[in-house]
Structure formats: C-alpha cells, structure tokens
Design a protein around this ligand. Sequence first.
Ligand code: ADE
Ligand code: ZN
Length: 331
Amino acid sequence: MRDFIKKLPKAELHLHIEGSLEPELMFELAKRNDIRLNYSSVDEIRAAYNFSNLQDFLDIYYAGAGVLQKEEDFFDLTWAYLKRCKEDNIVHTEIFFDPQTHTDRGISFATAFNGIKRALKKAEDDFQISSEIIMCFLRHLDEKAAFETLEQASEFKDDIIAVGLDSSEVGHPPSKFQRVFEKALGEGYLTVAHAGEEGDPSYIWEALDLLKVKRIDHGVRCLEDKELVARLKEEQIPLTVCPLSNIKLRVFDQMKDHNIKALLDEGLMAMINSDDPSYFGGYLNENYFQVAEALDCSKEEIKQLAMNSFSSSFLSEDKKNIYIQKIKEEL
Ligand code: ADE
Ligand code: ZN
C-alpha cells in the first residue's frame, strides 16, 4: 500500500507554510538572525510538540514563526516544503500563509510574500509543481486588522487566489468576518475557511452562508448535523481533512477513530492534507499511510481521496481531468 500511495499524483489543499518549519531550520534561522530560542536543542523543541488542543499548538506555532525575519528565510522555509512535495509526489499545492503572524512583528507583507512566491516559482521551473497562495486572516484578531491585511494584499492580488480564516476557532465564528469576506469576494478573491475543526456545525453553516466559501478546511464535525451533511453532499463542498493534525490536537483519540472514511461513505468530497506537518509528525504521504493502515482502506478508497484532492483544487477543469485520469489508470 505504501508504494501505491507514493506513486499516486496528489494535490495538497490545506497546508500552513509556517507549519512546515522544521526544528532544524528553526535553529538555523535563529542563529542566522541572532534570535534567542527558548529551547537548547532540536530534540527539546520536538519534545515540546505535545498538544492538548488547538490553542496549545497555536501558542508554540506563533512563537516558532518568530525566527522568520528576512525574505530569504521565507524562501528557505517554502523551498524546504516544496522538496518534500517532490518526494511525496505532490504535483499541485495550494498553501496558506498568515500575513498577520509576520506584520504584527514588524516584518512587512512584501518580505514574507516575495520569499514564498520566489520558492513557488522555482518549484514550478525545477519540479513542475504548480501552486496557488491563499492568504488567511487570524480570527482571534479583530475585523479591523483583517481589513488592513486585505488592503496590504492589494499589491499582490494577482498572485493570491483566495482568502481564508484560521487560528483559534471557538469564540471567533465566521460571522465576525462577514464584511471583510464580502469585500474580498467583491475584489475577485475566492474564499475558504477553517470550520468544524473544534467548532460545532454552526461554524460550518456560517462559513457557507455568510462567507460563501468554496471549501471548508477540516469540517470533520459536520457529521453531527444531518441537514448539514445533506447540504455538503448536494453541493459537493470539499472538506480539506487533516488526519494527523486531528489526532495531535485531540479532535479524535486515535487514527482508528477518525471519521474520514465515514465522510466518504456519506458521499462527501473529503480528501487528505497535512496542515502543519512539522508540528504534527508527518507530511502528506505519512497522513495517507496512517489513514490507510488504521482504517484498513482499500486501494479504491485511497484513489478516491487522491482524485478528490484534484477535484477540490482551484486548477482548471482540463488539468484536474488529466490528473484524475492518471489516478484512474493506477492499479
Ligand atoms: N493555523 C495553523 N494550523 C491551524 C489549524 N489546524 N487550525 C486553525 N488555525 C491554524
Ligand atoms: Zn489548518
């Protein structure tokens, strides 16, 4: 099964680039930028990656991002992820970046964006990996800060396909950002949002109805609401599920309890992603391996997940069909 998974072309649609910062690179960048870390070794950092919920993780994740200072740092971060994409046979990736995590520390939007974009361009040239950038608003911050971020993005608009919503979910419902998303939609951005990771199904309803999202990031709690499942099925709204993340952040106790197969059985458009691979113990293929093993998936189910990754992407219909056809032909 592992070889089979490795061979399949895949798209990744839920990846926070800041969440791909490996401890080794964190150390290297801290040294390069003369920043003091609260850890004395790579092993000590890894040992700290023991989370009891989303907020626990976010506190460490935002602190880790502090080593990213210069355009070159953002390039190195993104390039390291793209090399992993090549290893995992990811041929298309749509990555999130959180501008406010950087602008709030005095790092300009352009510094972060240009470093990320340059690495994506190199991956297109060197590895033929295509990509898109999705800019996320941090939902624990206020609406005004999100409007300011949207304004800062205007210069880079042609290279940003969508806006998203991430960070602490509970207590920060999609409705808080309805007006920002309306403005973004009016400016031609597509929209996505994290919903139903820790938040109840009402967060998913709001993301659909108020933010007009094309995809729900996570969405695993949708199964608690039959009417919502019917809506997601009818409209084939993609759910960008992140299995290892859900285990590490205790959304499910163990992989064998994960509901990704149940989502497929309901006829929902779910697929597998890695979320913050450096923090959650594995990149995309590792997520596939652990799901396949714990849930005893058939090759057909794995193929379905890989095909869904392309169907749910922002690629053209022609490109989607080329990859889907390739997967169909795999035995
Ligand atoms: N930011 C990075 N990873 C996230 C996640 N899994 N949920 C919400 N915000 C995030
Ligand atoms: Zn996420």
